[in-house]
Design a protein around this ligand. Sequence first.
Ligand code: AMP
Ligand code: GLY
Length: 425
Amino acid sequence: MKVLVIGSGGREHALVWKIAQSPLVTRVFCAPGNPGIGTIAECVDIKVDDLQGLLSFAKREEIDLTVVGPELPLSLGVVDLFEEYGLKIFGARRNAALIEASKAFSKEIMKKYNVPTAAYDVFTEVEPALAFIERHGAPIVVKADGLAAGKGVIVAQTAQEAQEAVRDMLSGNTFGTAGARVVIEEFLKGEEASFLAFTDGKNIIPLASAQDHKAVFDGDQGPNTGGMGAYSPAPVVTPAIHEKAMEEVMRRTIDGMAAEGRPYRGVLYAGLMIDGGEVKTLEFNARFGDPECQPLLMRMKSDIVPVLLAVAQGDLAGVEIEWHDKAAVCVVMAAAGYPGEYRKGDVINGLDEAGRIDDLYVFHAGTALKEEKFVTNGGRVLGVTALGDTVESAIEKAYEGVAAVRWEGVHYRTDIGAKAVGKKR
Ligand code: AMP
Ligand code: GLY
């Protein structure tokens, strides 16, 4: 089989790495990929939003399965287009991917189908939004409706901060049209977890639990990023929480989407807030989480290709996934300045040394090749991901890898996985 993966981040590197291990697969392509991916697959220079380019490549190469990494091509309708031409593709169709592309839409689905979430309201005008914030007080959360690369959410500690965020977003200055509508919602406390499931629109197969670390600095301080590290399993997802997440979040949402005439096929990612045995949904994504995908795929024992194929063909019945009874931890190494403006072009040293560590893999996210050397080329540069018998040993191993790698101004959190230590699985 020939497989094409669309995307260029750590998530796609992990997908390519896992797919390439399948005995069913003869060739793996990645569009556009990155230099790390290029060491294990064939990168093709087609951008993720060039749907026609992707389609002609898949037709020309007779690709048997295409796997979509990021949200942008999903929300542009890449799955619909490929299906129109009879090509197998893993991902949500455009009308289902709206669950990520519009926060107002996803809140509406949650409300209509009784999926637990924070109380909220939607605004397009400044004055009523300011008045709403005045009435409810802080802390309060302001979200740009559209896609904003994980940065469109302001958890405001004061009413003034929330009001400023509303003005910025609705004026179109910060997020362009993505901010033309805002969701303002109740602040939820608790511990977050990432809950992902494969679905063909009817059958639901959960992935192992995971937890992301969104804030840029240790102790969850500083602004939110796309994710500074992740681990799996997440002990906060106890069997009782797992059950609730499956019934109250996944089942209701997937049935709801079907009832709306937007059958959801692909991987559905629910960002959960867990508090006192209750589960609430912070958001949905129509794709694998990044970095969560890295530790998750490292723990997946089963071949992923039959699962992806079954989803693409709309029949997951009878499919099962086995997981390694180990923990995996991914530490993101980022460029100086991220998530603000960051440096590019710094030479990355120590990759060979890290590569010699057992049960550890360095996934590339934002790298480039310059004069045959890997250099930094993105905010999140690498995802150093390790497997261990316990979360403690996986943490130790991941940081052993991190210590081997260096470049000027490198930044990473030193507490990835700390929340899981000492908690029973
Ligand atoms: P989202 O993209 O909606 O998941 O929001 C990004 C991050 O903002 C989440 O991972 C949470 O850390 C935080 N967040 C979002 N909504 C809320 C909320 N209602 N209460 C508290 N924190 C939130
Ligand atoms: N790690 C968060 C996300 O993928 O949205």
